[in-house]
Ligand binder design. Structure first.
Ligand SMILES: Cc1cc2nc3c(=O)[nH]c(=O)nc-3n(C[C@H](O)[C@H](O)[C@H](O)COP(=O)(O)OP(=O)(O)OC[C@H]3O[C@@H](n4cnc5c(N)ncnc54)[C@H](O)[C@@H]3O)c2cc1C
Length: 411
């Protein structure tokens, strides 16, 4: 019977262990922490958005998107739904975003662990792997307590995001030491810190907006939705979705800006006209109320002040130039992105083990036979919506089956 060692007991590690065991291997999971699946408990605000019915290519980001696509085509959302149904997890579908019917992430984790235990998977906790090396009799995983010899090892140690859940980047260092190229990891699905706007005055405001991330004239990414303005800068789903592009550009020491459009439904010209017509409607009203009903109060006050509009003026006293400036800033408020809230706050890691040296059918290493990768350790990050867990299920399934000897690596 083939021995398979899974290093890391997160979503990808648990799926790898089940998959390898179902394919007939004798499986041991070495987990650095005291429990498996800790991060799964935190997913989807404790509800676990475990996949999505829309599996469009642009939902996944990688330096090698074609390889990511090939890997994902082998075990997608439908296979994931069937897999979890078999484990007793029914689906709650929220516009294509899939959750367990219980809406409890704990039920997903419990089902995975129960299935692994039923198959006879051995879990060893508090076993942080420090090194992987190739010996005469197979691969050796070195921990503080000793060495574990195995026929195949699956590295499923996650990236660097949310290190409280155990993912401290040690797997990336091991992969690098074995000769794998690691795309420098940066935080993704994370809040952005910003300057150039009185953020402390608008803290707590939520507004519909389009966020565009730019470096110089180059547009890196954009997304529309509910943006949250905070005392440090920007948060909310659309900010999360574009954050990895800002983080990458900042890591390259480029200047990064975000342009916020608070009226994405109209052009700059249409908004300028709307403002002019508005001014005529109630000439005697106080300018402080000019954006009343259009934008949240605190944001309106900051934009009016930014356009130089005096609180003492009436609507009719707002000069054309200032009204135009207000329209411009309402459509394209540009702030400087100074950083991210870091890996502690990030939901996922962008970057990781490059896919170029990974076999698309098996997630096996083309450098070290017998070594496989699964989950966030690889250079693929998904947008919000169940895509990162789908990546963990897909790669865990493929790596597990292959490590057990069911599939061959194509060198
Ligand atoms: C707050 C939050 C919410 C999220 N919500 C969602 C969501 O709703 N939907 C979604 O798709 N994605 C979500 N994600 C992302 C998703 O959870 C991760 O991408 C996914 O869980 C990664 O799984 P993984 O197994 O690759 O890594 P991890 O879950 O990080 O697991 C890695 C495991 O390896 C162990 N380990 C690390 N180093 C070693 C070592 N050297 N030796 C032994 N063990 C080691 C760690 O202790 C850990 O248990 C969320 C993430 C966070 C932080």
């Amino acid at each position: 019977m083939k021995r398979v060692l899974v290093i890391g007991g997160g979503a990808a590690g648990l799926m790898s262990a089940i998959s390898a065991s179902e394919a007939g291997a004798s499986v041991t999971v070495l987990e650095a922490g005291e429990q498996a699946g800790k991060k799964v408990l935190a997913t989807g605000n404790g509800k676990c958005n475990f996949t999505n019915r829309n599996m469009a290519e642009e939902c996944f980001r990688s330096k090698n998107p074609e390889k990511a696509r090939q890997i994902l085509s082998r075990f997608g959302a439908e296979e994931t739904i069937v897999f979890f149904r078999e484990l007793g997890i029914a689906v709650r579908d929220r516009n294509g975003y899939l959750y367990p019917r219980s809406e409890q992430a704990a039920s997903v984790r419990a089902a995975l662990i129960s299935r692994a235990e039923e198959l006879g998977v051995r879990f060893l906790y508090n076993q942080k792997v420090k090194e992987l090396c190739l010996g005469k009799k197979g691969i050796q995983a070195v921990t503080a307590n000793g060495r574990h010899l195995t026929d195949a090892a699956i590295l499923a140690t996650g990236g660097k995001a949310a290190p409280k859940t155990g993912s401290d980047g040690s797997g990336l260092m091991m992969a690098e030491a074995l000769g794998h190229l690691v795309i420098p990891p940066v935080p993704a699905l994370v809040q952005l810190t910003a300057s150039g706007f009185p953020f402390s005055k608008v803290s707590g405001v939520r507004a519909q907006a389009r966020v565009t991330i730019k470096t110089g004239r180059e547009v890196l990414a954009g997304d529309t939705g509910e943006v949250q303005l905070t005392d440090y800068g920007l948060s909310g789903i659309p900010v999360f979705q574009v954050s990895r592009f800002a983080a990458e550009a900042l890591a390259d020491r480029r200047d990064v800006e975000a342009a916020l459009d608070f009226f994405p439904e109209m052009t700059k010209e249409e908004l300028a006209l709307e403002y002019r017509l508005r001014r005529e409607r109630h000439p005697g009203w106080n300018s402080a109320s000019f954006l009343n009903g259009l934008l949240p109060d605190k944001l309106a006050a900051a934009l009016l002040s930014g356009a130089g509009i005096s609180k003492k003026d009436t609507w009719e006293e707002i000069p054309d130039k200032k009204l135009q400036r207000l329209a411009d800033e309402s459509k394209e408020l540009t702030v400087k992105i100074t950083g991210t809230k870091g890996f502690d706050a990030a939901q996922v890691t962008a970057g990781g083990v490059a896919l170029d040296e990974i076999d698309e059918k098996t997630c096996g290493s083309r450098i070290l036979p017998g070594l496989y990768f699964a989950g966030e350790i690889l250079d693929v990050d998904g947008i919000c919506g169940g895509y990162n867990l789908q990546w963990a299920w897909t790669t865990g399934y493929l790596a597990g089956r292959a490590a057990a000897g069911e599939m061959e690596i194509h060198q």
